[in-house]
Design a binder for this molecule. Structure first.
Ligand code: FMN
Length: 395
């Protein structure tokens, strides 16, 4: 007996096949090429896929009925333009062969047409064309890849309709951060759970060289989103910023943090930053208050101000004096803007931090206490996840 919640089809007709496989989402790409006489060519495909790393190959499947594919094939190469979530109209223009599709939606340079604001462009030489039923499987040897400076989300095609992915969290991908990313991935479920429980955003950060980098963000898709902090954002690990990463570190690291701050701000009296480190060490967490400072920080990290603004921000932070969040019980605080806890690996070293952001400033004392308690219990769970994984690695 088939399970009652499944529809089983054994003699699969093309219509059944199309309907059933429509449940599998694809991206949408426009494959372009340029005839020797300069005429542009393009076809929309949902079958673009990555095929091989070494050699780098990509593929797509043109139908044997396609009139454009033979012309693209004759050029010996093609450019795959992966469409962004806001480019549904561009897709429709190419699918319907709108007369102005090339002038309206491409950069207009020579060679294979390049679609404006494509998330990704991959230039290829045709490597192999394999028979594949009523389609052909085209393999392209990758010659060049272009990723948009700030790639948006890709356009998706599912069950005959267009959409955009909804990501509860996004993982940063950056060279040299492999270890930190692996750790961040381990504790990501905890960040997502904290974010869900509290309806706030929860970031995972790590120290990397002399910087702090945002590796994952949970709750960023929520409608209540208030901050503009992005995954991949980096900020100097310099006093008085990021005390969690040095509060329990060796003296040399604490000194380096203080010195970096001094170099950036020119403030030689380090007593305030030293006191802040001591307070964080004693509390086991950090809290920041003051909407103005938080807004200033967001402007700096979202690049709306010049690099020199980092020094200016650190100076302003230090000039403000002791952070009330580190010296008063959480119930007595007003205008809380963020809460922070360290995450330790099996050796007890602080390797990551969890940050709660997105406060409105209108929280009641009880709500503030509940947020801090939940974040701290999340920090302990994250510690346990990292310890467990290191035991698993050693087994
Ligand atoms: C979202 C979407 C995905 C498509 N995917 C493919 C595909 O993978 N292969 C293909 O041959 N045609 C695909 N098509 C249809 C082609 O875009 C095009 O309509 C078809 O190749 C006929 O046009 P032509 O004769 O100019 O090639 C897709 C169309 C849409 C709208």
């Amino acid at each position: 007996m088939p399970p009652p919640d499944r529809q089983i089809t054994e003699a699969v007709s093309p219509a059944d096949f199309r309907r059933a496989l429509g449940h599998y989402p694809t991206g949408v790409a426009v494959v372009t090429a340029c005839r020797t006489d300069g005429d542009p060519l393009a076809m929309v495909v949902g079958t673009f896929t990555s095929v091989s790393l070494d050699p780098p190959l990509v593929g797509f499947l043109p139908s044997l009925t396609s009139t454009t594919w033979p012309d693209i094939r004759a050029t010996g190469g093609f450019c795959v333009n992966v469409l962004g979530a806001d480019q549904e109209q561009v897709c429709r223009a190419f699918a319907s062969k709108a007369p102005d599709r090339f002038t309206a939606h491409t950069d207009g340079g020579p060679g294979n047409p390049r679609l404006t604001s494509a998330v990704l462009r991959v230039d290829c030489d045709i490597f192999q064309v394999l028979p594949a039923g009523d389609h052909e499987m085209v393999l392209g040897a990758v010659r060049r890849i272009e990723v948009a400076e700030e790639p948006g989300l890709p356009l998706l095609f599912l069950r005959g309709g267009y959409g955009a992915p909804h990501l509860a969290s996004i993982q940063a991908e950056s060279a040299g951060l492999a270890d930190q990313l692996r750790l961040a991935d381990l504790i990501r479920p905890e960040a997502e759970s904290i974010s869900r429980d509290l309806g706030l955003e929860c970031l995972v950060t790590a120290p990397a060289d002399d910087s702090i980098v945002v590796l994952a963000a949970a709750g960023i898709g929520s409608e209540t989103r208030r901050s503009t902090t992005r995954v991949g954002t980096t900020f100097p690990l310099a006093a008085p910023f990021g005390p969690l990463f040095v509060a329990w570190a060796a003296e040399a690291e604490r000194k380096a943090w203080l010195t970096r701050g001094q170099t950036l701000t020119g403030i030689t009296d380090r007593s305030l930053a030293v006191a802040q480190l001591a307070a964080v060490r004693e509390l086991g967490y950090g809290i920041t208050t003051g909407r103005e400072a938080a807004d200033h920080f967001e402007r700096v990290v979202t690049g709306m101000e010049e690099p020199a603004a980092i020094a200016e921000f650190l100076t302003a932070l230090e000039r403000r004096g002791p952070e009330p969040g580190l010296h008063r019980p959480v119930e007595k605080l007003t205008d809380v803007t963020s809460m922070h806890v360290p995450v330790r690996d099996a050796t007890g070293q602080v390797v990551l931090a969890l940050h709660l952001i997105g406060f409105t400033g209108q929280e009641t004392p009880g709500r503030l206490r509940a947020c801090l308690d939940r974040l701290r219990s999340g920090g302990r769970s994250a510690d346990a996840l990292l310890s467990r994984s290191s035991h698993d690695d050693g087994a």
